[in-house]
Write a protein that binds this ligand. Structure first.
Ligand code: MG
Length: 359
């Protein structure tokens, strides 16, 4: 018997952002959430491009990891070809139904959850700096959920030519409910509340709506996207009875042991491909303006930046120009070239001002 699904989905701009850089796909056999980032319109382009590529490749019946790799290449090339889109990327959490098997591929900090036997189990790992700190025992999972730097990614689609993809297979049972969501949901409401809302709404569309509404009521600080997939019986007309206990043993082992193990191995392999190595910013070193590789934030004192060049331009004079007021905290750049262009602009602005200010 092949599994069939009842599906609900919704994406919303939220209460604060001007545009929606999230996107989703929710048509059997392909379900996905993508949360784009980077620049003025880069985020929107990245998530849309990734989902479009995913759909095209899935239509050709390619295996999911190949499809995701292809999406990575398409976003990467587009970012390299268009200066306005440089540095863009996207998360991608996707499920491709393959008979009773649900193939999962995941990059970034969107999430997949499985609700089975009334329990909510997270089946993806966030590729974030904060999640790494949890693994290293530096902070607790509870602290991670509310950490101010929780959205700094260590991995994203379209940022490098090749991407490491977490993969897993879920054996779908009638009665299972799978939830894909962007961090605009999990950043705003906790897992207990998510499970509570899922319990209250049997219809997957009203469950999706309730989750998005709850995220917005909690502040709606980010774009929020939810896809709810209910596994029903073969003809798709109703929810089947829960599977017998004997049938549950294998999937439970797969979920509790094999899936975390596969995700852990994939994470270890990818640690060298840290997303932060592709980040640049202009900041301060010894009182002078300097170019750094990395990110200016220092979550829990963890230094994520490497000094590349200290200039002769004093920060004290640069900060008198309003546009560069925050240079000490770091001005992010899309590339080394971009960072150096920012420094050159600072020098030009200082020179221009010196020329007009009377002695
Ligand atoms: Mg987001």
């Amino acid at each position: 018997m092949s599994s069939r699904f009842r599906v609900g989905a919704r994406t919303d701009v939220g209460k604060v952002r001007e545009g929606n850089e999230d996107g989703f796909m929710a048509r059997d056999p392909l379900f996905a959430v993508a949360d784009g980032m980077g620049g003025h319109r880069g985020g929107e382009v990245a998530s849309k491009l990734a989902l479009d590529t995913l759909k095209k490749a899935a239509d050709r019946s390619q295996a999911l990891p190949e499809v995701v790799k292809e999406a990575n290449r398409v976003v990467y090339r587009k970012a390299a070809a268009d200066r306005a889109l440089a540095g863009m990327g996207t998360t991608l959490t996707a499920i491709l139904a393959d008979g009773e098997h649900l193939r999962l591929a995941h990059v970034g900090d969107s999430r997949a959850y499985l609700v089975r036997d009334g329990e909510l189990q997270r089946i993806t790992k966030d590729h974030t700096v904060v999640e790494r700190m949890v693994e290293e025992g530096r902070i607790t999972a509870e602290e991670a959920e509310i950490h101010p730097q929780r959205s700094i990614l260590t991995r994203a689609l379209g940022v490098e030519e090749e991407v490491q993809i977490d993969q897993a297979t879920i054996e779908a049972h009638p009665g299972d409910r799978i939830v894909l969501c962007s961090d605009g949901l999990t950043g705003m409401i906790g897992e207990a509340r998510i499970l509570d809302l899922l319990d209250r709404h049997e219809d997957p569309q009203s469950a999706s709506d309730a989750l998005v509404d709850a995220a917005n009521e909690a502040g709606g600080l980010d774009n929020v996207t939810v896809v709810v997939i209910d596994v029903v019986d073969g003809d798709g007309t109703g929810v089947a009875a829960p599977p017998a206990a004997s049938r549950r043993r294998l999937p439970s082992f797969v979920l509790r042991v094999l899936v975390p193990l596969v995700l852990l191995i994939a994470a270890l392999v990818s640690i060298k491909q840290l997303f932060i190595d592709n980040q640049w910013f202009v900041g301060e070193s010894n009182g002078n303006v300097a170019v750094f590789r990395g990110i200016p934030a220092r979550p829990l004192g963890l230094d994520l930046a490497t000094l590349v060049e200290e200039t002769q331009v004093p920060v004290a004079s640069v900060v008198t120009i309003p546009a560069y007021r925050d240079v000490a905290e770091g001005i992010t750049a899309s590339s080394e070239e971009d960072a150096r262009a920012i420094v050159a602009q600072m020098e030009a602005d200082l020179a221009a001002r010196a020329a007009v200010v009377p002695p």
